[in-house]
Design a protein around this ligand. Structure first.
Ligand code: ARG
Length: 300
C-alpha cells in the first residue's frame, strides 16, 4: 500500500493545488428512499426536541424535490430502498467513501459509524457497491475508532485530494488509512463546534477553485489550510449555516448549487460568482441534522 500523507498544519503543506492530479467528477448518485425516515433518538444537537416529529408526506415530497434537482443538474440517481428500523439510512453520504483510480477501477471504503444506532446501515449500502463492480474495502477496526464516509471525507472538486473532518464522527487516524488506500493526500480539519459535527455541515466544494464554508466551525490551523489551498472562499453567516445548513449544499457539476431555500446572503455571493442556484426545501431532514449534501452519495 502507498504511504499516507495527512496534513493537519499549514507548515506541512507540501504541494500547490495546480500540482494535484485531476479526477473526473462523479455523474451519478445514490439516494435512499425515505419511507422509514423518522427521528427516534438524538445523536446530534439538531435532533433535540424533534423525536417523533417528522411529517412523512412532507419528507417524501422534499426527498423527491431534492432528487429532481440532482436530475436537473445532470446527475443520474440510483434509489436504494430504505430499511425499517434504520431511520437515518436516508442520509447516505455517511456509510461509504467511493473512489475511481487513474486506470478507471472503482473502489469504496465502507464506514465505521460512530453511533451504534447507525451501524447496521453500512451493510445495506455495501450491497449496492458489490452489485456495481466496486472493490469493497473496510476500515481497520483495530486502529481506527470511527469513520463516517463522505459526511467527513470530501473530495476536492475534480482533484485527487481529500478534505477530512475529524473530532465528532470520524477519528483523525481514519485518514492515514484513507490516504494510503486511495493514494491521495488528505488535508485534515478539526471540527470544534457540536452543531457542525460533520465536515459537510460547514464545508462545501463548489468547483475546483471555490468552497463555501462556515469559518467558526474550524480551528485557526484548519482555516489557514483552507485559505492556503482554495483560492475563492464564500462564507456563510451563523444563521444560514446553523439553522439553514447552507454549507450542506451540493454542487455536483461545478455550476448548479442545490441548496436549502432561504440562504439569501450565500445565494447573493453564488450569483455574483456565476453559479446557478437551485433552491429546495429540506425542513424535515434539517430536524435530524442534515440537508442536501447528506441525502446522496456521489458515485462513479
Ligand atoms: N441524524 C443523522 C446523524 O446524526 C444526520 C446525518 C446527516 N448527515 C451528514 N452527512 N451531515 O447521523
Amino acid at each position: 500500500m502507498p504511504e499516507s500523507t495527512v496534513i493537519t498544519r499549514y507548515d506541512e503543506l507540501s504541494f500547490s493545488l495546480a500540482e494535484v492530479p485531476t479526477m473526473p467528477l462523479p455523474k451519478e448518485a445514490l439516494m435512499v428512499t425515505p419511507e422509514y425516515f423518522t427521528i427516534d433518538y438524538v445523536i446530534n444537537p439538531h435532533m433535540e426536541g424533534h423525536v417523533g416529529s417528522v411529517d412523512r408526506d412532507a419528507a417524501r415530497q422534499e426527498w423527491e424535490q431534492v432528487r429532481d434537482a440532482f436530475v436537473q443538474a445532470g446527475i443520474k440517481i440510483h434509489a436504494i430502498q430504505g430499511q425499517a428500523g434504520l431511520p437515518d439510512m436516508v442520509f447516505c453520504a455517511n456509510q461509504s467513501l467511493p473512489y475511481i483510480s487513474e486506470n478507471g477501477s472503482k473502489h469504496v471504503l465502507m464506514s465505521r459509524m460512530h453511533a451504534d444506532q447507525r451501524k447496521d446501515e453500512v451493510g445495506f449500502i455495501q450491497q449496492w457497491y458489490q452489485a456495481n463492480a466496486y472493490t469493497v474495502h473496510h476500515i481497520e477496526s483495530d486502529t481506527v475508532r470511527d469513520f463516517e464516509g463522505m459526511g467527513d471525507a470530501i473530495w476536492h472538486s475534480g482533484k485527487r485530494l481529500i478534505w477530512g473532518g475529524y473530532g465528532f464522527r470520524s477519528s483523525l487516524d481514519a485518514y492515514t488509512q484513507v490516504s494510503a488506500l486511495f493514494d491521495v493526500p488528505v488535508v485534515a480539519l478539526e471540527l470544534r463546534h457540536p452543531s457542525f459535527y460533520h465536515l459537510d455541515t460547514c464545508f462545501c466544494m463548489l468547483n475546483s477553485k471555490t468552497a463555501l464554508i462556515y469559518p467558526h466551525a474550524f480551528t485557526d490551523e484548519g482555516l489557514d489550510l483552507i485559505r492556503a489551498v482554495i483560492p475563492v472562499i464564500v462564507e456563510a453567516d451563523q444563521y444560514e449555516a446553523e439553522a439553514l445548513f447552507a454549507c450542506n449544499a451540493t454542487c455536483p457539476d461545478g455550476q448548479h448549487v442545490i441548496i436549502q431555500q432561504g440562504c439569501t446572503k450565500v445565494n447573493r455571493q453564488l450569483y455574483e460568482l456565476g453559479f446557478t442556484v437551485l433552491e429546495v426545501s429540506t425542513d424535515e431532514y434539517r430536524k435530524s441534522g442534515g440537508s442536501v449534501f447528506c441525502m446522496k452519495m456521489m458515485v462513479f
